[in-house]
Write a protein that binds this ligand. Sequence first.
Ligand code: CNA
Length: 249
Amino acid sequence: MAKGDVRGARLEALRGLVRGAQRIAVLSGAGMSTESGIPDFRSPTGVYSTLCSEEVFDIAAFRRDPSRFYRVMAPLYAAMAEARPNAGHEALARLETLLDKEVCVATQNIDGLHQAAGSRNVQELHGGLSTMTCQRCGRRLPASDFRKSLLAGTVPRHPGCGGVMKPDIVFFGESLPEAALDAAMAAFMGAELALVLGTGLAVYPAAMLPQRRQWGCALAIVNLTETPLDDQAEVVIHARTGEVLPLLV
Ligand code: CNA
């Protein structure tokens, strides 16, 4: 759908799907937060074009040289520290608070903005940046304790044992948190509508969730660019989530 067509027939179709569904399972990605000032990975202005390659987010590379990860992450940490929920996050939360829908937001995002906007059932499939765990003693601490070091791009170390702190996010090569993945799968299984928001559906197993068409629910996609599931969806809108979602509530 062209940008100027956001208010057209496809929006009406999406409205109809949302209106008719009580249980909605959402898979969201980095595109949800670009309008909050956080770059995504794979867009032309995304992290992979401007900052680094995928390898920086590989767990083996992190263990070999955490300093590279923290150097690259400094501008992203700065962007996330400043970021506030945008109109898309807020509209999604209002599906629950205003329209009384049962919504599960399975997110690949690590920025905490769905929770900040008021979504109640958020499953962080790739963990979150708000806490960090020491790779030596295993203690978990709030990331805010290491703010100075994170913004400076230096390796944060545990104040007691001196071990390297790792953010509680899922690196390539690590497993997804089982409880979050199970809860997300259950939500998609029981949903009447699967809603894909701001993700290129290139990262597995998260991208698998809305593929489960045998679960029998309708599928709608709002993403700026094409996704591999576009031809399976009842409604596809190629536009910004911050523009489309407020028109639904
Ligand atoms: P991705 O592969 O970078 O895809 C993002 C998608 O969003 C692209 O298809 C864009 O076209 C689309 N997009 C960009 N802006 C908008 C917008 N305003 N409205 C609608 N669509 C838009 O990112 P994915 O989420 O698909 O990949 C998963 C990775 C990205 C996860 O491991 C995340 O942890 C990781 N990530 C997260 C954040 C964050 O937490 N905000 C930021 C950057 C990367």
